[in-house]
Design a protein around this ligand. Structure first.
Ligand SMILES: [Zn+2]
Length: 182
């Protein structure tokens, strides 16, 4: 699994470093990428806090333990077994594989972190047919070998990515802020 904080130097210490640290509380930080507007937390807290969703989820230590119980020494949940997750509007979390497919279809930089002007993103979205983001589920192996299944991207899912990304870009343009992903 790639460790972006160790394997790659941050592009800019002032912004990207901060983002990596800020997003560290993501449950699956090395398996997904989050798009969001610069200063989104602050803006939403001050202008539309009713759009914030708070949920409780099992900690990863429970998912990976043999007996389904929390690990008492777990650094993340301190042995509680649950973590609270806060979802902000104008953010999109996407699995790594789907992120690469999406960015390649849009013709954009597919580094696992970066920044983009909302106008550039809107242009890319408007010139990209959603069908380019769709991907069939493939299965390989079998015949006694390990079966590998690569999950596809269904048309509704591809449309969902585009709709959400567009909403983020329009909002970022309104706020005169950049969009980051990490
Ligand atoms: Zn834990």
């Amino acid at each position: 699994m790639p460790d972006i904080e160790k394997d790659k130097p941050c592009k800019s210490v002032s912004t990207i470093d901060y983002i990596c640290i800020k997003r560290e509380n993501k449950k699956d930080k090395f398996m997904s990428v989050t798009f969001y507007i610069n200063n989104n937390d602050k803006y939403v807290d001050e202008n539309c806090p009713e759009k914030i969703i708070k949920e409780t989820d099992d900690c990863q230590c429970v998912d990976f333990s043999d007996n389904g119980k929390p690990v008492s020494t777990c650094f993340t949940c301190k042995g509680k077994g649950t973590i609270s997750i806060t979802y902000y509007p104008y953010e999109m979390n996407i699995a790594n594989g789907n992120f690469y497919t999406l960015m390649n279809a849009l013709g954009l930089d597919d580094e696992c972190y970066g920044e983009i002007d909302p106008r550039t993103l809107l242009k890319a979205i408007n010139r990209t047919p959603t069908s380019l983001i769709e991907r069939h589920t493939t299965q390989s192996g079998g015949n006694g070998k390990v079966t590998m299944i690569s999950c596809g991207i269904a048309p509704e899912q591809a449309q969902g990515y585009i709709d959400t990304l567009k909403e983020i870009a329009i909002e970022a343009e309104k706020r005169e802020e950049k969009i980051y992903w990490c």
